[in-house]
Structure formats: C-alpha cells, structure tokens
Design a protein around this ligand. Structure first.
Ligand SMILES: [Zn+2]
Length: 180
C-alpha cells in the first residue's frame, strides 16, 4: 500500500562487517554496506533498517499534532483564519509529491519527507495545500493566495531541485508556473 522511500546503497571496502542506514537531507535512505555482501543477503537487512528509520520518523520532532498546530498558525497568518479542514497528516506513501489536498473532504496529506526539510520549505507546502481548500486548481486566484507566503518562489525552487513533484490538483496539464 505504501511506497518505500528511495534507497541508495553505498558499498565500502572499509566497512568489513556492519551494515548501517541513514536518512540523507533529501529524504533518501542510504545503506552503507561492506563490498562483499550480496544483494540477496542485503535485502532483509535493508527492509529492517528502513522500517526502523520510518518508525523513528513517525515519532519525529514534528508529529501530526505539530502539523495541525502549524497549519492553524499559517491559516491565521496568511488566510485570516478563515480556512477549515478535517485533517492534515504526514503520509509515508508520497515520496515524489510534497503534499496533496482533497478539498471536498477537507483532507490534506503531507509527505513525511517534508519533516526533514527546512521549516520554511515545509511551511510553503502547508500553505500550498491549505490554499487548495479554497482554490482546487492552480489558477491565477490560487497563486494569488499562495504568494501571500513570502518565500513561495524560493521554496518551489528548493523542491524542484529535489525532484519533488508538486501535486497536480486536478489539472491534467500539471502545475503551471506561478505568476507574481
Ligand atoms: Zn497544488
């Protein structure tokens, strides 16, 4: 049901026995392994380490409660506190999309990769998805709302550099560049 995070295996001659995993800043999980371990032997270890890392992510500093709290602050700051939603939660199955919103249900999902990114990038993603509660598509009116968040353009550049697709929010042509 959920897609595992991207994994990069690095083999090192210097690592004689231990296999370790770490989460890189861009969300990729790097497995450090000795050079002579076969892929077959490595697979179960990767599975176990990945699960452990994900569990740690679930208890990360920014929990779903933190996300809800931050969304309320951003709602007050950039939307005059007028937005209402049912839930905003982290999900582990959106590794290539920063976030998504189902306006009809009032539900927002944020990729757990955002939990490890700078707060100003995460704030942009939250503002973006919040704006969809009022504007389902990436229309001019949508970007007018989102651009109240002053770091919008910088944050979009940051996400593009990580190849994180913005959501397509129902418009088949994908996301148009925002106009200031
Ligand atoms: Zn969008």
């Amino acid at each position: 049901m959920s897609t595992p995070p991207p994994i990069k295996v690095t083999r090192s001659k210097r690592r004689t026995r231990t296999i370790t995993a770490r989460r890189l800043p861009d969300g990729v999980i790097e497995i450090l392994a000795p050079v002579d371990v076969s892929d077959k032997d490595l697979a179960p270890v990767i599975e176990r380490l990945t699960q452990r890392l994900r569990k740690r992510m679930e208890h990360a500093r920014l929990s779903d409660d933190g996300l809800e709290k931050r969304a309320r602050e951003l709602n007050r700051k950039y939307f005059d506190g007028r937005l209402r939603w049912n839930s905003i939660v982290y999900v582990t199955n959106q590794q290539h999309r920063a976030g998504s919103c189902t306006p009809s249900q009032g539900t927002i999902r944020i990729s757990d990769r955002m939990a490890t990114l700078p707060a100003w990038v995460r704030d942009y993603v939250i503002v973006h998805e919040l704006a969809h509660l009022e504007q389902p598509n990436h229309s001019r009116a949508f970007w007018d709302l989102v651009n109240h968040y002053p770091l919008t353009e910088r944050a979009r550049g940051y996400l593009m550099a990580l190849h994180l697709e913005p959501d397509t929010a129902g418009d088949p042509s994908g996301e148009e560049p925002g106009r200031q």
